[in-house]
Structure formats: C-alpha cells, structure tokens
Ligand binder design. Sequence first.
Ligand SMILES: NC(=O)c1ccc[n+]([C@@H]2O[C@H](COP(=O)([O-])OP(=O)(O)OC[C@H]3O[C@@H](n4cnc5c(N)ncnc54)[C@H](O)[C@@H]3O)[C@@H](O)[C@H]2O)c1
Length: 264
Amino acid sequence: MTIDAFKDFRLDGHKVIITGGAQNIGAGIAKAFSAAGADVLIADLKGDLARATADAIEKETERKCRGIACDVTKEDDIQATVAMALREFGGITTLVNNVGWGGVNPDPLAVSEEDLIASYKLNTISAYRMSAACVPHMKGFHNASIVNSGSFSSAIPASEILAYSTAKAALTHLMACLANALAQKVRVNSVLIGTVLTEGYASAGIDAATQERMLHPDTLTGRPGRPEDVANAMLWLASPAGSWVSGQTINVHGGGHVLRLFGH
Ligand SMILES: NC(=O)c1ccc[n+]([C@@H]2O[C@H](COP(=O)([O-])OP(=O)(O)OC[C@H]3O[C@@H](n4cnc5c(N)ncnc54)[C@H](O)[C@@H]3O)[C@@H](O)[C@H]2O)c1
C-alpha cells in the first residue's frame, strides 16, 4: 500500500481569494495554494501586477489563477472581487486577508488620529469587510476557512510602529471573535509573521543599517523569513490537514529571540 502523507495538504476543490497577493508574501501564498490545486484570485491595489503574477502562476501550476484591481478599503471593490470569484470559480471556500502595512512612528506620543485611522482601515477593517462579504458564500463548504497575515509586532511592545502594530493586534482579536461567531461553519486563523525583508522596509522608513541587522536576526533560526515560510504555514491552516485548527494565532517568525544564559 502506498501512503501519501501530503494528501491532506492539498487544496483541490478550494476556491481562494488572496488580498495583496501581487507581490512578496501574498504572491508566495498564491503560488503555494495554486500549486496545491486551488483556484486562486489575487485582489490587489496594483491590478496590472496582480494579473501578471496570476498569469505567471497559472503558467507554472496549470491551475486557474486570476488577478483583479481591488482596494480592500473600498466596499465597491470588495463586492467586485467577490463577484469575480463567483463568476470565474463558481464559489468561494477560502479567504486570505494578506493586505497590510505601515510606516515608522518616530514619536509614539505624536501619532495623528488620521494616521491611526488610516492604519486601522488598511490593516484591520478591510479584513473584517472582506470576511463579511465572503462568508455567506463559504458557509456550505466542508473545509471553509479564513487565514490572516498578522504581525509578530502585534504580540510584543512595538512603539516604533505603533499605528501598525496596534492595528494588527486588533486584527488578531477581531479574527478570534469571528472564529467564535462562525464556529462549525468557517475556521478562522491568523499567522503572526516575523521579519520577511522586502523593498517595503525601505519605503516604511527603516534605514539600511537596521535592514542589515535584520538580515542576521538573533532568533532561534538565525535567518530572516521568506514568503514560502509564511505560505507553507498558511497552506497547512487552509488545507484539510488543518481542519481541526480554528481560532488560533500561530507564530511564524524564526523562533523568536534567543535568550543566551551561558553565552552560547
Ligand atoms: N514583510 C514582513 O516582514 C512582514 C512582517 C509581518 C507581517 N507582515 C504582513 O504580511 C502581509 C504582506 O506583507 P508584504 O511584506 O508582502 O507586503 P507588500 O507591501 O510587499 O505587499 C502588500 C500588497 O498589498 C497590496 N495593497 C496595499 N494596499 C492595498 C489595498 N488597500 N487594497 C488592496 N491591496 C493593497 C500592495 O499593492 C502589495 O501588492 C502584510 O499584511 C504585512 O503587514 C509582513
């Protein structure tokens, strides 16, 4: 008898929307899910890049992969994305709320209300609204789930990026509440992601010296993350292999910081 240990990690029959999937971590998730057999719709502010990324993935995996221009802070765009998934795939089984980002707040006591609200709209409220729009279409599927790109910065004091880290903390709790509300219908889990160095770090105001330090982090694994590290965890959570996991936040961050008692 041949045993296939990876059978339950496949996503055949799954119809997935991934927000912010045009590049970096989101594109890594889209590629992994598509390679595992899912139909994937990439919804991203950068519509052309979303379509180009989707085309490249489809060529490689030979699974349906589509892209759409979507601003997840706009209800009309959310509805258009849901409509496209229904039209192209005939349903929605899985949502990955991956959009998010924020800049440095040099003075944590002087963050404007405007910046706080903008961060919460992008990192927290968009995921709530995407979930509300998708859930009615997901409920009948045996392995329906939502997976969120959270941040490790939401689980530790991170005052340098206060607007972002607190919005991500709110996202984690929001999604725990949704897991409860959707019990036995849709599983909801979040991945708290550590440092995955991208060009976004420079535009967020993180200088070159700090980025260099981040290349050699003092974590249990001693390396920064790659999009595949996040994608693999999300694949497990979204697949039948993760079907007994809901309401959880999983750290994928290189193992956290090392405490060296004896200097090893
Ligand atoms: N890179 C890291 O080190 C890291 C660490 C912790 C958490 N995260 C989280 O992981 C996720 C992905 O991070 P990344 O580094 O790949 O980010 P990224 O900035 O490279 O990619 C984000 C994508 O989202 C899209 N986007 C931005 N605003 C949007 C909007 N309003 N509507 C639709 N799409 C929008 C962008 O066009 C981009 O393609 C984010 O939620 C981020 O907060 C990243």
